[in-house]
Design a protein around this ligand. Sequence first.
Ligand code: SAH
Ligand code: SF4
Ligand code: F3S
Length: 433
Amino acid sequence: MVKKLFVETLGCAMNSRDSEHMIAQLREKDGYETTSDFKEADLILINTCSVREKPVSKLFSELGIFNKKKKADAKIGVCGCTASHLGEEIIKRAPYVNFVLGARNVSKISEVLHKDKAVEIDINYDESEFAFDDFRTSPYKAFINISMGCDKSCTYCIVPKTRGDEISIPMNLIIDESRRAVNNGAKEIFLLGQNVNNYGRRFSGGHEKSNFTKLLQELSEIQNLQRIRFTSPHPFHMDDEFIEEFASNPKICKSMHMPLQSGSTKVLKDMKRGYSKEWFLNRVKKLRSECPEVSISTDIIVAFPGESDEDFEDTLDVMNQVRFNQIFSFKYSARPQTEAEHFTNTVDADIASARLTKLQNIHTDILDEINATSLGKTYRVYFQDLIQDYFVSGRSDDNIVIKVKGSDELLGEFRDVKITSIGRTILTGEIVA
Ligand code: SAH
Ligand code: SF4
Ligand code: F3S
């Protein structure tokens, strides 16, 4: 009998890639097949995120439900960033958990599976961790790691503690993996790392230094590869060379994630982000002058300790100047093992909520104005998903989600689509070519 595997993936795209790798390992080495129903699973994995407190507290209530309703002899494994930072404590708080596997250790999934109560959370590495399996949940788009860990020390962020030091993956491995993905049918690759444009500064040994611009140039040589996306670049490392390559290379999708975090130079300093409000605006200006069609998304944290009304106004000012196409906004959440955890000048919870609401409302108005200009325009869409009511969705080069009436023969195909109606998260159109 085939054994069944249920995987729940939280957090960022790196976690999605880690889940793909674990699924592949468990299929090859242990004969598992995935299921979307945890009640019939023989193994339940939760691939966790630690970046804010809420998902961590949710983890334990969710584990309780899994334990109550799972098959009697099913195993439960906790993987990912919360596994890295809580380690053994997870088994203390939820003794029915069979193993704990950190974000940096996902290649060991088959080993821990056979050792009851194993806790594998070492953040040291060896190069064997770079070789991720070719299994992918989508045949159309391939997530490809280009680095692991993070060398920055943003004072609010737990990621360097859960994923360890930043190491670039050798370029030949990335190119080979990308080639294989394209040969298997993916027309788009999505490069992943916490600071992708810091690529090439540190390898694990013996490799010549390189940089992200060079990697992009090499990858765009791959025949049949049509689109390259990446996340996250860091505003500090957005040099002119990188922006010019981004603008002039036709295979690079014209959508840039520029995680602002705060528009106040004082708060950015307290966050140890390494750039000022002026630098960020200067990079946006350079980017827009080289590439007027670019869409820009961002991450913003409100109510970081010490953020005054004026500081918050600076964030709104940047938002009004840049007019981001998409924002991911969060209230600051104090995290263990970070510098800011010890900051005492915290912002009142009510003020934090009011700031988040204000920021999001202003952005909604901006987005409505941006979206209205899309009506009647034509976009090249790469279709990747079937959605209900006989619609197929995909993204434009500049990352707008667009749906058209259609069925699976459109999946993996490019079409020109004229926008006929506007929604906040998805536009609707009809195929014109
Ligand atoms: N490497 C990426 C970020 C990864 S974490 C970068 O530097 O942009 C994803 C996002 O979570 C961050 O951009 C930040 O906006 C948010 N985040 C991280 N730590 C947080 C915290 N302690 N509280 C609230 N949001 C946080
Ligand atoms: Fe966290 Fe900063 Fe690293 Fe991003 S760059 S992962 S925010 S420490
Ligand atoms: Fe979360 Fe870890 Fe990604 S903390 S955001 S899953 S790197």
